[in-house]
Design a protein around this ligand. Structure first.
Ligand code: IMP
Length: 189
């Protein structure tokens, strides 16, 4: 049987691979394959809203189902920040984002945090299916490990009992917020 085609609203090759490994019943194509390399304004106030905005835009542009994800780090002592602003927290990239977070947590007693991910699959008729996932942990006092990206090296993962920076991609992909959101989505399809 022919597989349903879904456009993945991401330019990130690692995400394409991660999604492809889980959603095996679909033919996944990237935005780039469709010839799209523009920016989509992510102005939602939640991960779900941002995933919806991106998936809807691409689905309506190409009249095909589209899948988008949005994720970030939520720190309890900072009222859930940086949250949807994770990528642009400091305005200066990953290293500056980590430095600002450590500075803002300098006096915090509670360093509990979690990565969250929301995925939206939007069909051209307006139907939506969502997947959500989280990965619990805490913010370390200094960078630990050199693997991963973003906030990985300052995030201690409760499941792995080490930082994401110390984890291999394989270890991280078994417990990550994105993996869990994808499994949640798959269960709903
Ligand atoms: P995106 O929505 O997946 O592009 O993630 C937005 C931002 O959240 C990234 O730029 C990172 O700063 C942060 N982030 C999301 N997922 C992760 C992760 O798995 N590790 C580290 N940082 C992440």
């Amino acid at each position: 049987m022919e597989k349903i085609k879904i456009i993945v609203a991401s330019g990130n090759a690692h995400k394409m691979q991660e999604i492809g490994d889980i959603l095996t019943d679909f033919e996944l194509v990237s935005m780039k394959d469709m010839g799209f390399d523009g920016e989509i304004d992510e102005n939602g106030s939640t991960f779900k809203e941002n995933a919806y905005i991106k998936a809807k835009f691409i689905a309506e542009t190409y009249n095909l189902p589209a899948l988008a994800d949005d994720s970030g780090l939520c720190v309890d002592a900072l009222g859930g920040a940086p949250g949807v602003y994770s990528a642009r927290y400091s305005g200066g990239g990953d290293k500056a984002n980590r430095a600002l977070l450590l500075k803002n947590l300098a006096d915090a007693k509670d360093r509990t945090a979690r990565f969250k991910s929301a995925i939206c699959l939007y069909f051209p008729d307006g139907k939506t299916v969502y997947g959500e996932g989280a990965c619990e942990g805490k913010i370390l006092f200094e960078e630990t490990g050199a693997n991963g990206f973003g906030y990985d090296c300052i995030f201690y993962c409760n499941d792995l009992k080490k930082s994401f920076g110390e984890a291999t991609a394989e270890e991280k992909n078994k417990v990550s917020h994105r993996f869990r959101a994808l499994c949640d989505l798959k269960n709903k399809l």
